[in-house]
Design a protein around this ligand. Structure first.
Ligand SMILES: [Zn+2]
Length: 189
């Protein structure tokens, strides 16, 4: 593509960009916007602004707008979040956890109650110990590999068809990524 080589010419011909071939003050040799500046500088500034915006806590109005958007576009939002790389999902989850400690405390107690409710009375002390060992094993693997390992219920404790039990033979240690894939699959079906 041929661009005008100065702003005056760009203005005169109505072109949106021009190219001087000279480095900008930050050293970019890039297109310049007729109604703006160096396009690479604009990209950099946009990135910095965006990072700053992300760091700022959201106002109640912004949160409310987000919720409304989600209600109207549930399917799109879910599909978009499922398509994100797992690494990104993990970072997002960790951040959410840090920002909502009370919520996660509540979730933990729900999980504990669910485990208790799904534990049959006839389970032996030895079997209980086996289960505790599995949780410790998951922790150890996480610490050793850096990848997060979790204890998964092979037959989910709560499912539309059959509900699984909190017993050693229904438990296995898998990575959190595998576990997420599994729960996404369950949600899909
Ligand atoms: Zn520049």
């Amino acid at each position: 593509m041929d661009y005008p080589n100065n702003r005056a010419e760009a203005k005169a011909t109505g072109a949106k960009f021009y190219f001087t071939g000279i480095a900008c003050s930050r050293g970019h040799i890039a297109l310049r916007k007729t109604k703006g500046s160096c396009t690479e500088c604009m990209k950099e500034d946009w990135k910095i602004d965006n990072e700053k915006r992300k760091e700022k806590p959201k106002s109640e109005a912004a949160k409310e707008a987000g919720r409304r958007y989600y209600e109207r576009n549930k399917e799109v939002v879910k599909a978009r979040s499922n398509a994100r790389p797992i690494e990104e999902k993990r970072t997002h989850r960790n951040k959410h956890k840090q920002e909502n400690p009370e919520l996660y405390k509540a979730l933990t107690s729900v999980r504990k109650r669910r485990h208790r409710d799904a534990t049959p009375r006839w389970i032996t002390a030895e079997q209980k110990l086996d289960m505790r060992k599995l949780y410790l094993h998951a922790q150890k693997l996480t610490a050793m590999t850096g990848e997060r390992y979790v204890v998964d219920h092979i037959v989910p404790l709560i499912s539309p068809e059959v509900c699984g039990l909190h017993v050693p033979w229904n438990l296995r240690v898998i990575t959190q990524d595998e576990n997420l894939k599994k729960s996404n699959k369950l949600l899909d079906t």
